[in-house]
Design a protein around this ligand. Sequence first.
Ligand code: C2O
Length: 575
Amino acid sequence: MAPSSVFAVGFVLAFLSLCFSTASADIVETSFIVKNLTVNRLCQNQVITAVNGSLPGPTLRVKEGDNVIVHVFNQSPYNLTIHWHGVFQKQSQWADGPEFITQCPIRPGGNYTYRFNLTGQVGTLWWHSHVQWLRATVHGALVIRPRDGQKYPFVKPYREDTIVLGEWWNANVIDIENAALATGAAPQISDAYTINGWPGDLFNSCRSISNNTYRLDVVPGKTYLLRIINAALNTQFFFKIANHNLTVVGADAAYTNPYQTDVVVIGPGQTTDVLLTANQAPGLYYMAAHPYASAVGGTFNGNTTTAIIAYQNATSQTTTPILPILPAFNDTPTAHKFSSNLTALVTSPFWSSVPQTVDEDMLVTVGLGLSPCGSNQNCSGIFGQRFSASMNNHSFALPSTISVLEAFFRNVSGVYTDDFPNQPPLVFDYTNNSNSFNQDGLLMAPKSTSVKKVKFNSTVQVVFQNTALIGVENHPMHLHGFNFYVLAQGFGNYNATEASKNFNFVNPQERNTIGVPVGGWAVIRFRANNPGVWFVHCHLDVHLPWGLAMAFLVENGGTPESTLPPPPADFPKCT
Ligand code: C2O
């Protein structure tokens, strides 16, 4: 045998053994071309920024364990990043995406390749831009199926589909955000909600080709897995399908015990996987969503977005579908029942038990406030000031010259402080809104870039406590880099002695985003087993720029696997 063929055989054997050892993990590689395009919605043309020319953007379909490579080309006029919402980013921390937390944005004309692995995560996640309000149109689904040889822990669905709930403005969302930030006002509310990019039939002032409705054809008797994602900027939804019950089997890419319900409540950032069986009389049925608007006296768009479930053998394919009756906008009992009844499927191969001890015990207030208008300026927030928001009286401000993660990695001082407190600076009657405007010192939380530093592998418990300053509201709080366990939720001021009696240590739902009950609290716990800088924020994009955020800085753990690697070669430059 000639030396060259010996080499070839050896190479082939090495290649095969590589294939066998990672039998079911693939590399999924794709490109995102991000640019402006004109679309027609609500009977008018609108320029939006979108990925690969579609709204929602492309669905990434992968298997658990796969390696994902996404080349992002920013051909839009805006700064851009992509966040892989819910992905742990172990050993790929530089791919997480929030601007000035993880990375500086990809400038117009620039590009960056996101590389990460999806081991230990199955279900529905999604991706979205993490720069200003761009995610209104820059988002899409990330569907993670079990790896080869593994199954769903529920009946195999006949088909799967993604249902992306969105929010639409007849305007440029970046302009809307900037206009509001300039005056300190609350931003203009949206003009419609969408299902898979379309407002639906109830916006029938303009029935035309441009006002399409999403339609799902079903075969009678078959069971479908619907992966529902709330990609709306500022709206929590009630979601129903007329005459059909749903069985929740997963949330935020973690399996749940099967939970039967006729309504799903879903906040921005959350995903809910449900089974739908086409077991009703053949016909047309609407799926519909409208806001769960928890803020008392808040302004919102009360429209309903719809899509159609069409039975294959329905005699008429054009009659008006049956519309479900959605809960009232302020039906907090229904919202709370749904979100507090989900439990984890502990027989899942990805389940690990709840840490029983707590190293960092935190009570963190979350809510709105004001910030000073500034001299010689005119502001349109309450009292002529600017709307603001804070956690533990710290109103988060993003750095602007380097990301917090890079500042940590390179030991750059002056970018952030690590003084985020474990407790609110002042104990007060958090949820009593009758005296809220008297809490002057608390209304005006100072702006800072304050992180909470924790040791690698420490266990962290956070009680998110909603405050009633300015107004009470359900805040969907999202943690990057981890799933957390939801141990308990309730209303009023948190009382540790009472609440801890009801902690669920057995099968608490595992999530990355929790709607903190309006005028109430939620207790989460996680193990900080991922070094890096992990953003924590309200997923209502109206509150994020106001400062409703903080970050965890998880220190290195001393082994190669527990050490933050250096940034990749193409990491976007900040200047
Ligand atoms: Cu889905 Cu920081 O966000």
